[in-house]
Design a protein around this ligand. Structure first.
Ligand SMILES: Nc1ncnc2c1ncn2[C@@H]1O[C@H](COP(=O)(O)OP(=O)(O)OP(=O)(O)O)[C@@H](O)[C@H]1O
Ligand SMILES: [Mg+2]
Length: 487
């Protein structure tokens, strides 16, 4: 195996080169491995290039050669190169200019310069421009190999780091993961509601993704370019909630040393997410009602202002019960409840668990800089069987913990918390359905869950359900046949 010659034939032709003196046969050079370092040697002196090529080939590297900066740049553009080893002084474009051009075209590629004895100044300036290292001529085999190897190691690290960062960025844009009919129905309503100005009330147990749904609505609304401002009504003390929401003027109350915008003002042009609205004190409920009715608010000690926000509110409380108990104003409830969306609990959409596990494994492996883990069959069964009272947030925490603590290259049962790993198989023997769920969907879920319960044994499942095994096959096949139809 030889390097890929990109060196142009010298003036005249290749035949004009003096014949190499017969030398004793050398041991054959091994083929570089697929993950071998690729080094591009750039020098106008052909003999130099040839001896460097020999050195690197013997080191198991892949070698590309170029006689000037222009060709070198072409190679960097068209080939996967890890390290460029270039002479500093070349006719035409210098090594320094090549360095700058390479950094522009391929910032991850490391450049090592070969400098003539005494040109330290140029070398220092090259380092400032991003060269990895420089080696002085006459070249010493050991030091040149060492320098190129270290440059390649750094190139690999930088490239890996960059791809991890990309992965994190991609995943940080949090998507609503899941394909269950229950989630799809909710997402459909959210998608329809998003472009309107209507107030949306997101209901659901803790950790079901209410805030994620609120952001989803914001991102698909005409206000997507505006701010998304969240207020956790439960976390802000009652005494300051009003000024937090509406802002205040200087001197409006003791301690108001300056004027301050509230969340309504900060969310102007965007969406105001009122989280845990069920915890809102009655005094603030009245003020909020006024904003919703009149589209205006008043900072403490200030003048009336127009409210330019779209409201999305969320709660895990049963607001109807809160109204009945006299803790939540009925008129405010009706103002908020224009479009209500209920985020389904995770146990009502177990088929989303594998997707979510995969999603969080990707996220946390990338965050922790470790190779991608995949769940074993056993651990996935345990995760599918568990009841998830804390819903998606609990699942996310379990996966993050497993990624941090796991020592193997798969996510096994041993990586799960004890109460999940040892949960009795098919812990839940109950299914929950939303009112109005189509019957064929209910039928299918019952069949699937029964099959999980019997660990895939179709004849036991058929006995339990009082139908024939053939019917089970037929129902399941029916689904496979009409792929996209929402069920
Ligand atoms: N469908 C989903 N896909 C991906 N991630 C999700 C999904 N649902 C929830 N999550 C994640 O689970 C966590 C909890 O979600 P979120 O904060 O939206 O829930 P919540 O209903 O507002 O919870 P709480 O009532 O406790 O405030 C977040 O990290 C969120 O990104
Ligand atoms: Mg929340």
């Amino acid at each position: 195996m030889t390097g890929v010659p990109i060196f142009p034939p010298p003036p005249g032709s290749a035949a004009a080169l003096p014949e190499a003196p017969a030398s004793p046969p050398l041991a054959p050079v091994p083929d570089p491995s697929p993950d071998a370092i690729t080094v591009l040697v750039v020098d106008d002196e052909r003999s130099n290039v040839e001896s460097l090529e020999k050195i690197f080939l013997r080191e198991g590297m892949r070698v590309l050669c170029a006689s000037d900066a222009k060709r070198a740049l072409e190679v960097v553009r068209t080939h996967r190169v890890h390290v460029v080893l270039t002479d500093l002084m070349m006719p035409g474009t210098t090594g320094l200019e090549l360095l700058r051009a390479v950094k522009q075209v391929a910032p991850d590629v490391e450049v090592v310069l070969m400098t003539a004895y005494g040109s330290v100044e140029a070398a220092v300036s090259a380092m400032r421009d991003g060269a990895y290292d420089f080696v002085e001529k006459p070249l010493k085999r050991v030091s040149i190999v060492k320098s190129v190897r270290k440059a390649a190691e750094r190139q690999k690290l930088v490239a890996e780091n960059r791809s991890l960062k990309d992965e994190i960025k991609r995943l940080a844009h949090r998507d609503l993961v899941g394909s269950s009919p229950a989630l799809r129905r909710v997402v459909d309503v959210a998608t329809q509601a998003a472009p309107s100005q209507a107030t949306v009330l997101v209901l659901g147990e803790s950790g079901t993704g209410k805030e994620l749904l609120a952001r989803y609505i914001h991102e698909r609304s005409a206000r997507a370019r505006g701010p998304f401002v969240a207020v956790n009504c439960a976390a802000i003390p009652e005494t300051i909630l009003e000024s937090e929401l509406f802002g205040h003027e200087k001197g409006a109350f003791t301690g108001a040393t300056g004027r301050k915008d509230g969340r309504f003002a900060r969310a102007a042009g965007g969406t105001l997410f009122l989280d845990e609205i069920g915890e809102l004190q009655t005094s603030v409920q009245v003020k909020l009602l006024r904003v919703l009715q009149e589209g205006e608010f008043e900072p403490l000690g200030g003048h009336t202002q127009k409210a330019d926000v779209r409201i999305v509110a969320a709660t895990n409380r049963d607001l109807v019960a809160e109204v009945a108990a006299g803790r939540f104003r009925e008129d405010l409830f009706y103002r908020l409840n224009v479009i209500a969306i209920t985020a389904p609990p995770l146990r009502a959409r177990r088929e989303d668990i594998p997707l979510l596990v995969d999603h969080f494994l990707g996220l946390y492996c990338a965050k922790n800089g470790r190779p991608r883990l995949h769940p074993t069959r056993g651990s996935l069964d345990r995760l599918m069987d568990y009841a998830w009272p804390g819903n998606v947030r609990e699942l996310e925490n379990v996966i993050e913990r497993a990624v941090v603590l796991s020592r193997s290259d798969a996510l096994g049962e041993a990586d799960l918390p004890e109460h999940i790993a040892s949960a009795p198989a098919a812990a839940s023997t109950q299914l929950t359905f939303e009112m109005g769920t189509p019957l064929d969907e209910i039928e299918l879920r019952v069949i699937r869950e029964t099959l999980r319960h019997t660990r895939g044994d179709k004849s036991v499942a058929a006995q339990l359900l009082g139908i024939s095994t053939r019917t089970i096959y037929r129902k399941l096949d029916g689904v496979a046949d009409d792929g996209d139809r929402p069920r």
